[in-house]
Design a protein around this ligand. Structure first.
Ligand code: ADP
Length: 404
């Protein structure tokens, strides 16, 4: 064989290897490397192709990592995300969106958005975004999840000027909406509660100033009324301060062992005036030596509020029994009265701020409507719960727990 034909054979072999290697790269095998021959130009070509395969492999690994990151975000995001194509067919949906939209037991990908349980409301927004090419934002209460409020934004996916689909992102804003409504109610309630005694004070003061001051018989009545209303305002502001402190997150609970029987006795002494007025007796049935791990002042406040109510809403010559039962979980404390009881329809809301069964009676007795909500907060600060059982005409039993 002469030199020329040997060279041809050699170059032919190198070409063959380059072609085979290129085919493997095209098939995605970027780990493969073309054997590098010794011939100048072909060697350079093989090296360049191998370098290119290495670079593509690095870029593909990076792209795969990005894809996995996006996948994890898509899967675990607290927002519900749903993607449709230009015809409103669902192409992707994350687990949160499945839950929010009531998708259970079937695969929604490939189905029409409008056919989903919460679809009609969302689909009209998607249609708007798809047809206008503009993002759309709105709030809905899906029929599939009554009571839930969703903030939804629908953004069109635009590729080279054409709308290819739509991304819907929904956030559950039920909690914040409820909080807003509660705040509004609270402000309205506080204003109303402040306004009533203030109006009475202004009225009485004006009457005194326009002559009643000289009236020895009626003058003192207006002065007493001003004092009464001012005490009421003072009670209200004190209770509001207690509530705002308990809710602020600043309230720390300093737990110490508290002798429950002794605390009940001390608390009862502080309520002597109302107990004497109503001729109500307190029967302290707490076992001597029973100790609870609690913040003494806060526990005392809970007992004051419950005993004060049990006296206020009791019948004359009634009784209040306080008992406690300890088990492995903690201690359950019961305050039982012989009052007129609470009608069952009021029981679920009785611990709400400003909720009263009989507004006029509560006011007449100097109530603010905040006592039980303070109880609830203080008990919850200890990690316990509070509740009530009551039968109309047969008295009420308020209870709370203090965990170990
Ligand atoms: P208030 O200042 O009006 O007493 P609370 O929050 O302490 O406010 O109580 C809310 C309402 O629950 C009261 O207005 C009253 O209607 C009812 N209530 C509370 N305790 C008793 C009780 N022991 N017996 C009957 N009704 C009660």
């Amino acid at each position: 064989m002469n030199l020329i034909s040997t060279l041809k054979l050699f170059i032919g072999g190198q070409f063959g290897e380059i072609i085979a290697g290129s085919k493997r790269f095209a098939a995605g095998d970027f780990g493969y490397r073309i054997p590098v021959g010794s011939s100048g130009e072909l060697r350079k070509l093989s090296e360049t192709l191998n370098y290119m395969a290495g670079e593509i492999s690095v870029k593909m690994r990076e792209a795969e990592l990005r894809r996995l990151e996006l996948e994890a975000a898509f899967r675990d995001m607290s927002e519900a995300i749903l993607v449709t194509d230009g015809a409103g067919i669902i192409t992707r949906i994350n687990p949160r969106a499945r839950r929010l939209m009531g998708v259970r037991g079937f695969e929604p990908e490939g189905m029409r958005l409008s056919a989903m349980p919460a679809g009609p409301e969302l689909s009209s927004a998607a249609i708007k975004a798809l047809s206008s090419g503009q993002p759309v934002s709105f709030e809905i209460e899906p029929a599939a999840a009554p009571g839930t409020v969703l903030a939804v934004s629908a953004s069109p996916i635009i590729e080279e000027g054409t709308v290819r689909g739509c991304v819907l992102v929904a956030r559950d804003i039920t909690g914040p909406r409820k909080l807003e409504a509660m705040r509004r109610d609270f402000v309205a309630n506080v204003s109303h509660e402040l306004k009533t005694p203030l109006t009475a004070i202004i009225g009485c003061a004006e009457t005194l100033l326009s002559g009643a001051l000289e009236d020895r018989e009626h003058g003192p009545v207006f002065a007493r009324s001003i004092h009464e209303q001012a005490v009421r305002l003072d009670n209200l502001v004190n209770d509001l301060l207690k509530i705002s402190y308990a809710e602020s997150g600043r309230a720390s609970v300093e737990k110490v062992p508290v002798d429950l029987k002794a605390l009940v006795d001390d608390t009862a002494q502080g309520l002597a005036a109302i107990l004497v007025k109503k001729k109500v007796v307190i029967i302290n049935l707490v076992a001597p030596g029973l100790s609870v791990n609690a913040d003494r002042d806060k526990l005392s406040q809970v007992l004051i509020n419950l005993l004060d109510n049990a006296a206020k809403y009791n019948r004359d010559n009634g009784e209040i029994k306080i008992s406690a039962a300890a088990d492995a979980g903690g201690t359950r404390i019961l305050v039982e009265d012989t009052g007129h009881g609470i009608p069952p329809e009021h029981l679920p809301r009785i611990f709400e701020r400003f909720y009263r069964v009989d507004k006029a009676r509560s006011r007449e007795l100097g109530g603010t409507g905040l006592g039980l909500s303070i109880v609830k907060h203080l008990v919850e600060l200890h990690g316990g719960t509070a509740g009530v059982e009551s039968a109309e005409g047969r008295g009420s039993t308020f209870w709370f727990t203090i965990p170990k």
